[in-house]
Design a protein around this ligand. Structure first.
Ligand SMILES: [Zn+2]
Length: 172
C-alpha cells in the first residue's frame, strides 16, 4: 500500500488508536498532541506538539505514532515536532477530558493558570492554584500535596472530603 491510497481521515482514525504512554486510556488525538496530518507529495507528515516543552514522553509518543502508521503501510512518513503555538488544554477533546476523569485523574480546569512560578522557581506565592475537583466524589475541597505526581505532567492532590489522593493533569 502506498501513502497515496491512504486518506487523511484514515490516518486520523489510526492515530486515534494510539494511546498516550502516560495515560493509556486517552489517545494522542484526544489529548490534542497530534496537531496536523497532511500529505506532502506521497509523504505523510504528522505534526505533534508536546504538552509542554521537554515533556519526557515525547520521544515515546513520536515512536508510537510512527509504529502505528508504518504497521498500516504508511512507509513514507515524517513526524514533525512543533513547539509553537504551545499546547493548551483547549486542544484536549471532551472525550479526552472525560477519559481522564474516568481514569481517576482530574482533568485540567482552566488554561490561564499562571505557572510561571513553577518554571522559574519564583516563590510559591506567584502560583495561582486552580480549583481542582476530586475525580472520585466531585468535591472541590481538595489540597495540593505535591507539585509532582507519578509523572512530571501531574501534580498530586488529596481530597479533603473522601480522603482519596489523586493525580491532577497540570501540563498546559
Ligand atoms: Zn473526593
Amino acid at each position: 500500500m502506498h501513502a497515496q491510497s491512504v486518506t487523511l481521515d484514515q490516518v486520523w482514525s489510526w492515530l486515534g488508536e494510539v494511546p498516550d504512554p502516560e495515560i493509556p486510556v486517552i489517545s494522542v488525538v484526544d489529548l490534542g498532541i497530534v496537531r496536523d496530518v497532511a500529505f506532502d507529495g506521497d509523504e505523510c507528515v504528522v505534526t505533534i506538539t508536546p504538552t509542554y516543552s521537554g515533556c519526557p514522553a515525547m520521544q515515546v509518543i513520536s515512536d508510537a505514532v510512527g509504529e502505528a502508521l508504518r504497521a498500516r503501510g504508511v512507509d513514507k512518513l515524517r513526524i514533525v515536532t512543533q513547539l509553537s503555538p504551545a499546547w493548551t488544554t483547549d486542544w484536549m477533546s471532551e472525550t479526552g477530558k472525560a477519559a481522564l476523569k474516568g481514569y481517576g485523574i482530574a482533568p485540567p480546569v482552566e488554561q490561564a493558570i499562571d505557572i510561571s512560578g513553577l518554571r522559574s522557581g519564583v516563590k510559591r506565592g506567584a502560583f495561582k492554584e486552580p480549583e481542582v475537583a476530586c475525580p472520585n466524589c466531585g468535591s472541590t475541597h481538595t489540597q495540593l500535596t505535591s507539585q509532582f505526581g507519578s509523572t512530571p505532567c501531574k501534580a498530586l492532590y488529596k481530597c479533603l472530603d473522601c480522603r482519596e489522593p489523586f493525580d491532577y493533569f497540570k501540563c498546559h
